[in-house]
Design a protein around this ligand. Structure first.
Ligand SMILES: [Zn+2]
Ligand SMILES: [Zn+2]
Length: 83
């Protein structure tokens, strides 16, 4: 059974699946919460289970500072899943 997209709630098939922040996303739905910029596994930052872009410092400076630690944690998880 395929998971549902955390953004739009529709089924996510393996070819379009992004698995991050303990959720599944369509590639097209995995975009910055603030500016809607398209993201991928290599350039997003996670905060409170939502993806943000690398321009967070401009998007939402208040969130940006507390975001640094969680970002590195999520990268660790992603590497473990590849093994
Ligand atoms: Zn979606
Ligand atoms: Zn953004």
């Amino acid at each position: 059974m395929n998971p549902q997209c955390a953004r739009c709630g529709k089924v996510v098939y393996p070819t379009e699946k992004v698995n991050c922040l303990d959720k599944y996303w369509h590639k097209g739905c995995f975009h910055c919460e603030v500016c809607k910029m398209a993201l991928n596994m290599n350039n997003y930052k996670g905060y409170e289970k939502k993806p943000y872009c690398n321009a967070m410092e401009q998007c939402s400076p208040a969130v940006f500072r507390s975001l640094q630690m969680e970002y590195s944690m999520c990268i660790q998880v992603a590497e473990d899943e590849d093994i």
